[in-house]
Design a protein around this ligand. Structure first.
Ligand code: XIL
Length: 504
């Protein structure tokens, strides 16, 4: 949903040992075997048990007991935007409210998401300034709070409305675009404010030894499709940006202001879209969640609580979806109060839980998914999005390589996204003509390549011959169906030839 003018707008628990992969905050990956936990009675505790954060947007005037009790993460709703904290040379000013929020989060053991640096709206004194000024601001903002900020939205809302798949055409996206003077909208030779802002941010993070993760955030990018099954070109354009500039981008935010706008509804392929970004190796976050209660019509789907459940489940079912943030506490205090899109009624610290709250808590308490209601599918082929398909700093994805068809056992296919010095591999395991109850995929990495991280699999070895086996939830595959796992590595993956062995 836009801030732009003119837009309309039972508990079941798995009594099993759960293998949890925590990717939240501070750059650490922690793998642990946890006993099934008792149901938690706050959103933050239930989310933490499932290995993600559940947060809220707030300003200093809203910091009451509900915030620290229910939420494990805080996003300043307005107090870290350039119109508050930036001067015209990219220096900082008026950081008092931002400091108050960061201090509160630290005292209450909450993560902070910095929001936001490079944005067409609420740009204040940065409006119309150069990349050099933006770079100065990026450095100042990152260094001001350092590791007290776990995630920063470096670029916000870079893409145009109405599912065009194009970038916006107002500042800052106009900056030096057509550097080669060929008069086109955008090509790989042009200066790119998105790329250059992320390059600057990454340099600052590396120079300071920070663990802060750098995110790109947008709205109407949540589904693979929009209403009516039309491909979501805006989501595809964002995907191209993240893939092309993967070496600078650590995380992707889906704002998730869901409402009756045809491009802002909750589609059944939300989870598959989260999954395809996660497969690039980035963390995915639901960053500004509110869901129109839709009393007027049902375009968005019936029932606010059910809709909340759907969104939370889609995130829980993707291991790299590591956080959900609602855009305010109570309906009356929301930026879109008339949509009654949040989890509480009441106001001024005196809040009542809605049915949507209970649904979210219950869904979080069920934990990470074992049987997605909407299994990940292959993304539709992307229509042209005006994104450079072949940027200079990043070679295109390599074509998949696969083992020959295997009538009974299983086959494995590897898709690679590579960049200078690293890669992410997505491996699809497909059962043959009979179901399998477990699988093992082997492949030999070229010398110099090392696996640094893997998800939805157990692995033995990090270099040379590496073996990947199923985890609890993806061993069983019906005949002809598939499961996916992934891993990230340093060095060059070359062309990988997987072998697949199945357990009947
Ligand atoms: C909104 C705030 O909630 C409002 O208080 C403010 O008046 C306008 O901005 N996308 C974003 C957020 O990234 O920063 C916006 O927040 C909502 C849309």
């Amino acid at each position: 949903m836009s801030s732009s003018p003119g837009r309309t707008r039972t508990r079941s628990r798995f009594a099993v040992l759960a293998a949890a992969t925590l990717l939240v905050g501070s750059g650490l990956t922690v793998q642990a075997s946890l006993p099934a936990a008792a149901a938690a009675d706050t959103l933050r505790a239930a989310a933490a048990q499932a290995g993600l954060f559940f947060g809220v947007a707030a300003s200093p005037g809203r910091l009451n007991a509900t915030v620290s009790r229910e939420f494990g993460q805080l996003t300043p709703e307005n107090d870290m935007k350039p119109d508050t904290i930036a001067n015209s040379s990219g220096g900082l000013q008026n950081t008092g409210n931002a400091d108050t929020l960061v201090n509160y989060a630290q005292t209450n053991n909450m993560l902070v998401r910095g929001h936001t640096m490079v944005w067409h709206s609420q740009a204040g004194a940065l409006q119309g300034q150069s990349q050099a000024v933006l770079n100065n601001f990026i450095g100042n903002a990152l260094n001001r709070w350092g590791n007290r900020i776990a995630y920063w939205d470096v670029v916000n809302e870079a893409l145009e409305d109405n599912n065009t798949g194009r970038r916006r055409n107002q500042w800052p996206h106009t900056m030096n675009r057509d550097a080669n003077g060929d008069g086109d909208t955008f090509d790989a030779g042009d200066t790119d404010v998105i790329r250059d802002s992320f390059i600057r941010a990454k340099q600052v993070v590396q120079a300071g030894g920070l663990t802060t993760k750098l995110c790109i955030n947008d709205y109407d990018v949540e589904g693979l499709t929009v209403q009516g099954g039309t491909p979501n070109r805006k989501a595809n354009a964002l995907y191209d940006i993240v893939r092309n500039y993967r070496q600078y981008i650590d995380c992707v935010g889906f704002q998730s202001h869901f409402n009756d706008n045809p491009n802002s509804i909750i589609t059944d392929d939300l989870q598959a879209n989260i999954q395809r970004f996660a497969d690039l190796g980035v963390e995915v976050h639901i960053t500004e969640l509110d869901i129109d209660d839709d009393l007027s019509n049902n375009d968005i789907g019936a029932g606010q609580a059910a809709n909340y459940r759907k969104v939370v489940r889609a995130c829980l079912n993707v291991a790299r979806c590591t956080g959900i943030t609602v855009w305010g506490i109570a309906d009356s205090e929301s930026w879109r109060a008339s949509e009654r899109g949040l989890l509480f009624t009441g106001g001024n610290g005196n809040y009542q839980k809605k049915a949507a709250y209970t649904a979210v808590l219950d869904e979080l308490n069920k934990g990470r998914g074992t049987s997605p209601s909407n299994p990940p599918s292959n993304p539709p082929s992307n229509p042209p999005s005006n994104e450079p398909s072949n940027p200079p700093s990043n070679p295109p994805s390599d074509p998949p390589t696969s083992t020959p068809p295997n009538p009974a056992g299983c086959t494995a296919t590897v898709s690679l996204n590579s960049w200078t010095g690293g890669f992410v591999a997505t491996v699809r395991v497909t059962a043959g003509s009979a179901p399998v109850s477990g699988w093992s995929v082997g492949m030999t990495l070229p010398s110099g390549a090392t696996v640094t991280n893997a998800w939805n699999t157990n692995r033995s070895g990090n270099s040379g011959a590496v073996q990947f086996t199923n985890v609890g939830h993806n061993g069983r595959i019906a005949a002809g169906q598939s499961a996916e796992f992934g891993f990230q590595g340093t060095g060059s993956a070359g062309s990988l030839t997987p072998t697949c062995t199945a357990t009947a």
